[in-house]
Design a protein around this ligand. Structure first.
Ligand SMILES: O=C(CO)[C@@H](O)[C@H](O)[C@H](O)[C@H](O)COP(=O)(O)O
Length: 224
């Protein structure tokens, strides 16, 4: 079963989307959090209230050394609860932290993954998810679809799932899901675009016009 997450900290938007789109959770990163309007402490509280025991919440460490990453992970885990995943970039310190967090039972999403070997290292260290950055691969001429397919093959014996991230269009999402990514985290704008088609809107409008022309304001339930 595929999982869709929302790559955002806009709580109103997340609530709106979750009404019509089945989601597994939310991902944020320092850039996303730096762009939200309003008081960051309130936003973190709202994200907790929305996700608590119900949706996955992936929050990235703001530390770069092992001790700092570990203590941040522990505090955030306590705050957000069971569904929390600490996002840790795949660096040397990151990989060590992934190992230590996993041993402590703190779920990890290894992030900023750009190559299959990075994904394998994170999976071997116990990460629950690896997050390859699809559009950023394409920006530097790398074949993202092929990279995801290789990651998928390499992780075949690990419980680690691929949570593809960094999308700029719908084609990228479709292709990586077809290549074996179990999950994708998508911006609200792209989620909205993914279910929109101009011909659907036109069809709905045509149905309304045809009905009104023939039956005026009558409803179909008035006719039975
Ligand atoms: O890594 C995760 C999820 O683990 C995402 O939140 C990830 O940080 C974001 O999708 C990317 O950083 C966004 O990338 P981009 O759209 O700026 O290229």
């Amino acid at each position: 079963m595929m999982k869709i997450l929302i790559d955002s900290a806009n709580v109103e938007k997340i609530k709106e989307i979750s009404k019509y789109r089945e989601i597994t959770g939310i991902t944020t990163n320092p850039t996303i959090l730096s762009k939200v309007e309003g008081d960051i402490e309130n936003i973190l509280k709202e994200l907790k209230e929305f996700t608590y025991n119900k949706y996955e919440i992936h929050v990235q460490t703001t530390e770069s050394e092992v001790e700092g990453i570990l203590s941040e992970a522990r505090v955030l885990r306590k705050f957000f609860g069971e569904t929390f995943h600490i996002k840790i970039p795949v660096t040397k310190a990151g990989l060590e932290s992934i190992k230590l967090c996993s041993r402590e039972g703190i779920k990890v999403t290894a992030t900023a993954v750009l190559s299959p070997m990075q994904a394998l290292a994170a999976a071997m260290n116990g990460a629950s998810y690896v997050a390859p950055y699809v559009n950023r691969m394409e920006n530097v001429g790398q074949d993202a679809t092929e990279t995801i397919s290789v990651i998928s093959d390499l992780l075949i014996d690990y419980p680690t799932e691929i949570l593809a991230a960094s999308f700029k269009n719908i084609r990228q999402i479709q292709e990586v899901l077809l290549q074996g990514a179990e999950a994708a985290t998508i911006s609200p704008e792209l989620i909205e675009t993914s279910i929109w088609h101009p011909y659907t809107d036109k069809s709905v409008l045509d149905f309304e016009i045809d009905w009104k022309n023939k039956f005026g304001d009558k409803k179909i339930i008035d006719m039975i």
